[in-house]
Design a protein around this ligand. Structure first.
Ligand SMILES: Nc1ncnc2c1ncn2[C@@H]1O[C@H](COP(=O)(O)OP(=O)(O)OP(=O)(O)O)[C@@H](O)[C@H]1O
Length: 282
């Protein structure tokens, strides 16, 4: 596959009049959006607004019902090798016995079209990646014995293993304490600054990433807004989006949203979601 130059002017992600439906249920529509190299886009919105569906579309796993979506100028499926993905809480059971270095290695040679490296080369590359995410100290420890934050570093290492142009993160901070949230977000931010990686970051909690976010895509049933945090996260903008009065206030540099059907500045309880830290040291 032809390498893609970092700064060739092609948006990393381009959506035009894009819509996504499941049967008769339209989740979002009329989405016009370019995400550029090095840009940090936060995707916000209440439960069921279509954030994960947006990520699935970018991964080429969910077709649009209307419009177009390209990643690096080609259909998303054909760009898979250039996308790193940090999924929502993955079930740990199947991976508990794997070592951190095994997971990162899968990130390198799990791609059918990836460059073939000899064993020594792979080992060196795995070591480099673990070092870059600050996980060298537990390279040989089974994932089941790591804390939630340590595991998340390893998962980010796995996602970065192929030096992706686009890093998709689906709620990577869930169940992490504040220190680990900070460490994980700083890691992602450093990467996009050093390598020009575009970041699409789905989150219920904007505050840990507020200082890094260039633009917000705010999805809500019935519409969406795209803009800088200052443009989108205002009482007027969210009240219009939700069709009901919503108050947005800044308190000590934090955004607090009150009155939205599901406030995004406060992480909600996800009763049906598998939490990988259940029963495991977090
Ligand atoms: N495979 C599917 N088939 C049918 N409906 C689906 C499917 N996946 C998601 N949905 C529905 O589409 C809507 C958007 O779901 P999605 O998971 O994208 O929302 P979300 O914003 O990520 O929600 P949450 O914050 O709760 O994770 C929901 O109403 C959901 O029930």
């Amino acid at each position: 596959m032809t390498p893609i130059p970092r700064q060739d002017g092609t948006p990393v992600v381009a959506l035009r009049a894009a819509a996504l439906s499941y049967g008769d249920r339209e989740v979002w529509s009329d989405l016009e959006l370019d995400v550029r190299s090095g840009e940090f886009l936060a995707v916000l919105g209440p439960n069921g607004a279509g954030k994960t569906s947006f990520v699935r579309a970018l991964l080429g796993r969910q077709p649009l019902s209307a419009g177009t979506l390209t990643v690096l100028g080609r259909p998303a499926r054909q760009a898979a090798r250039h996308i790193g993905y940090v999924p929502q809480q993955a079930a740990l059971s199947a991976q508990a016995m794997l070592r951190a270095r095994d997971l990162v290695r899968f990130g390198i040679d799990g791609h059918r079209f990836g460059p073939r490296l000899r064993t020594g080369g792979i080992r060196r590359r795995v070591d480099e990646i673990l070092e870059s995410v600050g996980a060298s100290a537990y390279a040989d420890v089974p994932l089941g014995m790591l804390s939630g934050g340590e595991r998340q570093r390893v998962r980010i290492g796995q996602a970065l293993a192929t030096d992706p142009r686009l890093l998709l993160c689906d709620e990577p901070l869930l169940s992490l304490d504040l220190n680990h949230q900070r460490a994980v977000t700083e890691l992602i931010d450093a990467r996009r600054r050093s390598h020009g990686t575009a970041v699409v970051f789905v989150t219920h909690e904007i505050n840990p990433v507020l200082g890094m976010v260039d633009r917000v895509l705010y999805l809500a049933r019935g519409g969406h807004r795209v803009g800088t945090p200052d443009e989108v996260l205002t009482s007027e903008s969210l009240s219009r989006l939700y069709g009901t009065r919503v108050d947005v206030v800044r308190v000590g540099g934090r955004v607090v949203v009150a009155g939205a059907p599901d406030e995004t500045a406060t992480p909600p309880h996800h009763p049906g979601r598998l939490d990988e830290t259940d029963g495991v040291r977090a």
